[in-house]
Write a protein that binds this ligand. Structure first.
Ligand SMILES: [Zn+2]
Length: 238
């Protein structure tokens, strides 16, 4: 094993240690609860935004319908005046159908306004509930955060030590190898590099339990590293 590769393995060991600490953190019940609280908070915020946008649209509709209503009322009053000053029954009768048509339009406006206002009321009620929920969730979130910060605090020296060492090691590792390592890791493979299992070439296998193929074996001999065809880890010669 080359010195640069040894550094890679050292880097990986530390990285796995860091991963373990992070996993422990992520496995804490408080962390799960925190994530749930955060999602609830976001959900309530989204609902509030959607509700207020809808209420705004309804408000604009009310304004428009109310303008129509006022115009209809003005027409109604106008005709009423004419009706009252009409000189004959015949003339009066002529206004009746106009009255009827206006009255039904006015009623329809009133109905629409009532409907919008009822919907705005419901939205307002829901907004109040979402606000209360946000408050509760936020309080819960803050409490959990304090508990989790205590854990963070406790593991902080360890994390710092590892992170510093990782930074120190990085320039000592072959760039291509480190890039490969990071790519594999982001694909969810950990550890990326594993020592070959078995003492003689015949029985060489991967840590996953799979016997290495002939291709793997010759690659291992030539390049000291070969990718397991089963688990995709990179097997290296000790
Ligand atoms: Zn394998």
């Amino acid at each position: 094993m080359t010195e640069k590769f040894e550094k890679m393995i050292e880097y990986q060991a530390l990285d796995m240690e860091l991963r373990k600490i992070n996993r422990e953190y992520n496995k804490l019940p408080e962390k799960k609860k925190l994530d749930v609280a955060r999602n609830k908070f976001v959900e309530a915020t989204n609902k509030l935004d959607a509700n207020s946008a809808e209420a705004e649209t309804l408000g604009a509709e009310v304004e428009k319908i109310y303008a129509d209503y006022k115009n209809l009322m003005a027409s109604f009053n106008e005709i009423e005046k004419k009706y009252n000053s009409a000189e004959s029954d015949e003339e009066k009768a002529g206004y009746l159908s106009r009255f009827e048509s206006l009255r039904s339009k006015i009623e329809s406006c009133k109905g629409k306004i009532d409907d919008r206002i009822e919907r705005i009321k419901r939205l307002t009620h829901d907004c109040k509930q979402q606000l209360a929920l946000k408050k509760t969730v936020k309080e819960e979130y803050d409490k959990l955060k304090v508990k989790l910060e205590a854990f963070r605090e406790k593991t902080s020296p360890d994390r710092k030590r590892i992170e510093d060492k990782l930074k120190e090691l990085e320039p000592q590792i072959d760039g291509a190898i480190l890039t490969t390592y990071k790519r594999f890791k982001s694909d969810g493979i950990a550890p990326v590099f594993v020592p070959v299992v078995g003492d003689d070439e015949k029985s060489y296998s991967c840590i996953c339990g799979m016997q290495l193929s002939q291709t793997n074996k010759s690659e291992l001999k030539n390049r000291s590293v070969s990718q397991c065809e089963t688990c995709r880890r990179l097997v290296y010669l000790k």
